[in-house]
Design a protein around this ligand. Structure first.
Ligand code: ZN
Length: 220
């Protein structure tokens, strides 16, 4: 397992330590530790900083292999960053803030969510709709931060109810020029559709709208 990970998914400054089955034999757990002498990276300024202390071990879900769930186990460090003037949690290359899925797994799920519905994607990989949502949101957010949008003439805004109770998902997508492209999404609970808590980018005036939420599962 470690040989495979080292071959296809190495992280600079970190090493895979041990791989073993979980107590219930349903998942494989791989412990990760910092490479000796490698400093933690401040999550605010993205630069190395001196160590401060350690937090509890975290589990990051990786792409499943041979039907087993795969988790990376890592004890997060905190760094004493003088540039930022704070003690901050380190940034790890496989994770994104507090999300429990690794970037690699989120990209994997988001790619499948372009071909299948989010529900089918969740079922196919024995994960939850929420995790597929997180994956698509991560990829869409990353895409929004790393590209410039051309002129968009028509924006569709949809709210779909999901899960049980009053949970709504707002989807905003481009519907002009013959394309339907997801521009962003946000979750909220117990609010009326198109209420005040709509995300800022949903407040643009929209000329058109569509009732088909299923077609918006495309992250590109
Ligand atoms: Zn910093």
């Amino acid at each position: 397992m470690i040989t495979i990970l080292n071959r296809c998914h190495r992280f600079r400054g970190f090493v895979y330590q041990h791989a073993y089955f979980s107590a219930d034999k349903k998942s494989i757990e791989v412990t990760v530790r910092p490479r000796k002498g490698s400093a933690g990276v401040c999550s605010r300024c993205h630069l190395p900083a001196p160590g401060y202390d350690q937090l509890a071990e975290r589990r990051f879900e990786f792409i499943p292999v041979w039907g087993f769930l795969l988790f990376l186990l890592y004890t997060m460090r905190r760094v004493d960053c003088r540039r930022c003037g704070v003690v901050a949690v380190e940034e790890v290359p496989w994770g994104d803030g507090k999300r429990t899925l690794t970037k690699a797994y989120m990209l994997f799920l988001a790619r499948w969510a372009r071909r299948l519905s989010w529900k089918e994607t969740a079922e196919a990989f024995r994960t939850s709709w929420d995790k597929v949502f997180d994956a698509v949101e991560h990829v869409v957010t990353w895409g929004l931060e790393h590209r410039t949008l051309g002129q968009i003439d028509a924006i569709g805004v949809d709210e779909i109810q999901y899960s049980k109770g009053h949970k709504y998902l707002t989807l905003v997508y481009q519907i002009d020029l013959g394309v339907i492209r997801l521009l962003g999404s946000a979750k909220k609970e117990q609010s009326s559709p198109f209420g005040d808590s709509s995300p800022p980018w949903a407040k643009k005036s929209h000329q058109g709208s569509s009732s088909s939420a299923q077609t918006c599962g495309n992250p590109t």
